[in-house]
Design a protein around this ligand. Structure first.
Ligand code: SF4
Length: 283
């Protein structure tokens, strides 16, 4: 059996001198999937993990020349771009604008098919947040009768983090132990996600007030971060008779639940260094 020709994909994006994003990250991803990567650079940046020092946009005519050169020679099967945001960024960079707001991005998004799809599904979750049967009937009306174009948009009554109830109002749930067949412990699941972060970087999970995890989260809510985090990142450890929150940031799978769910909005999720995080090579 002979192997088929290697697939070729083209990425059209800016260059990140720190290697953590855009062209450099795309080429690494292509390589991980056994895909040959070609690239068209739309802008050069001088940046590192702390910020962008400078941006030098590539002239539109030269972007076009790069695309022509690649497509006239290579059998490109797929093209990846930063899509809507990149279009807005490219427009801004071509006009010599740097470090201002990409106001064109929301407009591009509104004109895209993505906005249409999300708009028609906007009422689903608010309708299903109450009674299951009433919700299912209303979703049917919303989706079948109005085809997602009802003249109303429902919203949630509360932000998610406001709905947590104190432990005094709840009965602990005793979950069965993972059976290793259908259910697995969290750290085994983190292992298969190939999550990796550089060990010597500052934690990308920051506490606005370091005292709140013990004084509020543990005291009032019995440490919800130890339960909602799917990767077991948060642990309360005892030191000298007092509890302390330990954050195992290297296990974080970037779901951002903690950023959304923390009852006092005390956890700030920031982008980790160098493109670290989960990596699902078979997806
Ligand atoms: S982002 Fe998700 S995986 Fe990471 S620490 Fe927060 S809850 Fe855990």
């Amino acid at each position: 059996m002979t192997a088929g020709p290697i697939a070729i994909a083209l990425t059209i994006a800016g260059s990140d001198s720190s290697g953590g994003a855009v062209i450099q990250a795309d080429l690494k991803t292509f390589s991980a999937f056994g895909v040959y990567g070609a690239s068209v650079i739309t802008a050069l940046t001088a940046q590192n993990t702390r910020g962008v020092v400078g941006v030098d946009p590539v002239a539109a005519s030269f972007v076009g020349a790069q695309i022509d050169a690649v497509l006239s020679d290579l059998d490109v099967r797929a093209i990846k771009t930063g899509m809507l945001a990149a279009e807005a960024a490219f427009e801004a960079l071509s006009a010599g604008r740097v470090q201002d707001e990409l106001a064109a991005f929301p407009e591009c998004f509104r004109k895209s098919w993505l906005y249409d799809e999300l708009y028609t599904a906007r009422n689903f979750k608010p309708l299903m947040s109450g009674n299951l049967y009433t919700g299912a009937m209303m979703v049917g009306i919303d989706q079948v009768l109005f085809r997602g174009r009802a003249p109303w948009t429902l919203t949630h009554r509360n932000a998610d983090h406001e709905t947590l109830r104190p432990k005094s109002e709840c009965t602990p749930i005793v979950y069965p132990k993972p059976d290793g067949v259908l259910t697995f412990d969290r750290l085994s699941s983190v292992f298969v996600s190939n999550t990796n972060h550089e060990e010597d970087q500052p934690s990308h999970l920051r506490l606005r007030d370091p005292s709140i995890p013990v004084s509020v989260n543990l005291a009032v809510y019995d440490g919800p971060e130890t339960r909602y985090c799917p990767a077991g990142v948060y642990e309360f450890v005892q030191e000298g008779g007092t509890a302390r929150l330990q954050i195992n940031a290297q296990n974080c799978v970037h779901c951002k639940t903690c950023d959304i769910k923390d009852p006092k909005q005390n956890i700030e999720w920031v982008v980790p260094e160098g493109g670290g995080g989960p990596n699902y090579p078979n997806m």
